[in-house]
Design a protein around this ligand. Structure first.
Ligand SMILES: C[S@@+](CC[C@H](N)C(=O)[O-])C[C@H]1O[C@@H](n2cnc3c(N)ncnc32)[C@H](O)[C@@H]1O
Length: 256
């Protein structure tokens, strides 16, 4: 079978960046890659594949371009209201193990940290926040945000958890201490275990159905027996039992 230019680039991306594009919907990825190749003077996908072999910074930039990072604090506030109610049902004996999977610039993890700080106290949660994109993780670790990213943070929290730096806001250390940011590819790397809470929101939008199934099965194993998986509207799970999950509330799932 002849290899088309998308397949050739897919191979170059896998070798050079370790990103397996076969898990992502081809139509969207191909459209983005062709636009990128054109805008940056590589002509087409062949030119881009060749350049990937020898242009060091291109790899990082391309990975960042391919993954979508839009995020904000308390995105979809209703989710956080429901989450607050459910956190109250989790055991109180030990610090909660929480995972923000596909955390982008960290806004979701810091929002979670505020909520858990208030519900459980400072020492009662360890949040692991992971993403495949190192540029986003750098921003997450720095913890410095623009006002527009913080528009859903109420003034009380803004004052309590951030210090103002000119036009930006820096997350305070006591909140930061709850979170470990780490590089992790959901389609490749092993998952942590015994998680009390996993957030998986606005990440699977470009995943193929097979990739989504693989990730959801991974989450089912990663959950503690009483643990909860919370998904976003783009991660709708139509047949939870087929991936080892059962729905407990809209957008919340437990191990089957
Ligand atoms: C739109 S952001 C969502 C951020 C946050 N969860 C929210 O809802 O605001 C999607 C993130 O998923 C990450 N992502 C995409 N594919 C991934 C993969 N295979 N493993 C880990 N993260 C991935 C992207 O790098 C991006 O930062």
């Amino acid at each position: 079978m002849a290899t088309d230019d998308y397949q050739a680039l897919q191979q170059a991306v896998r070798q050079r960046l370790g990103l397996d594009l076969s898990h992502y919907k081809r139509e969207q990825m191909e459209r983005r890659l062709r636009a990128y190749a054109q805008q940056h003077g590589y002509g087409g996908l062949d030119g881009l594949a060749q350049a990937l072999g020898h242009e060091q910074p291109l790899g990082e930039e391309l990975l960042s371009y391919l993954t979508i990072h839009v995020s904000e604090f308390f995105r979809d506030p209703d989710f956080f209201t429901r989450l607050r109610e459910l956190v109250g049902t989790l055991p109180r004996t030990e610090a909660l193990r929480v995972w923000s999977a596909g955390c982008s610039i960290g806004a979701e993890a810091y929002s979670l940290a505020m909520l858990l700080f208030e519900e459980r106290g400072p020492a009662m949660a360890h949040i692991l926040a992971t993403d495949i994109d190192d540029k986003s993780l750098e921003r997450a670790k720095a913890g410095v945000y623009r006002e527009d990213e913080l528009k859903k943070v109420d003034p009380g929290r803004l004052h309590r958890y951030f210090s103002e730096e000119g036009a930006q806001f820096r997350v305070r250390e006591d909140l930061k201490r709850l979170i470990t940011f780490r590089h992790h590819d959901l389609l490749r790397d092993p998952y942590p275990e015994q998680q009390d809470l996993i957030l998986f929101r606005n990440v699977a939008i470009y995943f193929t159905e097979a990739a989504k199934t693989q990730v959801l099965q991974g989450f089912a194993h990663a959950l503690a027996p009483h643990g909860l998986l919370m998904v976003g509207a783009t991660e709708a799970i139509l047949r939870p039992q087929e991936v080892g999950l059962r729905q407990v509330r809209p957008f919340f799932f437990a191990r089957a």
